[in-house]
Design a protein around this ligand. Structure first.
Ligand SMILES: O=C(O)[C@H](O)[C@@H](O)[C@H](O)[C@H](O)COP(=O)(O)O
Length: 239
């Protein structure tokens, strides 16, 4: 299917590029402009990014952006509960590809804290997150082909609570049966309040998944990405 065949809700914007490299450049330019705009009016701004394989070229491009990075808070939408240095660690990915060049001076707030399990570390994660400038200025999400975003997985027993609008906790421990690692994720109330949400997708499979998500918008627990398919969202896609 083609991007133009998607039935998008009103207020959802699409940006398509011919290659993943070009898309990464476009996304980095737009994210940097949004952050610069906020920094012109406020002391600090926050950027929340996702892990996985898609964002690597975007991180590399964004790390070169001319911004006063010392006034930018950076954290992740979700993290795998593994030590830093582990190949599955999103923090390792962000340190390696984003927090370098000009972006080296950003303030990074790691979601992985001491503790054998996410439950044991959760109080420390909440403490770290209390430093995050809110609301989030720019949220960059990814999506899995099961319809998850951040670590809001359809098969996580904790999903409904993490999605609930009234959940007071900004972060939740998640134990989806489909995933090898336990995880922590920002919850819907904090993610949903972001001023700008950008969904970064690569490949035709992701387009098919997005089409499925758009077909039945109400069933959020089945495909949690649906919670974010609302006016103001910008979808960035390349083959
Ligand atoms: O840490 C993670 O796993 C994520 O934040 C996750 O939500 C990711 O964005 C999607 O799984 C897409 O991942 P890919 O980019 O690897 O397809």
């Amino acid at each position: 299917m083609k991007m133009s065949e998607l039935k998008l809700p009103e207020g959802v914007r699409i940006h398509e590029a011919k290659s993943a490299g070009q898309l990464a450049q476009d996304l980095a330019r737009d994210v940097a402009a949004l952050l610069a705009d906020r920094l012109a009016r406020a002391e600090r701004a926050s950027l929340v990014v996702s892990g996985g394989s898609t964002p690597v070229p975007f991180f590399q491009a964004l790390s070169l952006a001319e911004l006063d990075w010392s006034r930018v808070d950076v954290t992740l939408a979700d993290e795998r509960w593994v030590p830093e240095g582990d190949p599955a660690s999103n923090t390792t990915l962000v340190r390696r590809h984003l927090l370098r060049n000009r972006a080296a001076s950003a303030r990074y707030l790691p979601l992985k804290q001491p503790g054998e399990t996410p439950e044991q570390g959760l109080a420390a994660v909440r403490e770290v997150l209390s430093e995050l400038t809110r609301p989030i200025e720019v949220l960059v999400l990814g999506m899995g082909n099961d319809g998850h975003t951040a670590s809001l997985f359809p098969d996580a027993p904790e999903l409904l609570e993490a999605l609930a609008a009234g959940t007071p906790a900004p972060v939740a421990a998640m134990t989806p049966a489909s995933q090898p690692q336990r995880r922590v994720t920002l919850t819907y109330p904090i993610l949903g309040e972001a001023r700008h949400t950008l969904l970064h997708l690569k490949g035709h499979d992701k387009l098919e998944t997005l089409a499925r998500a758009l077909a039945h918008p109400g069933e959020v627990a089945e495909m949690p990405i649906r919670a974010f398919l609302k006016p103001g969202l910008a979808v960035y896609w390349s083959p």
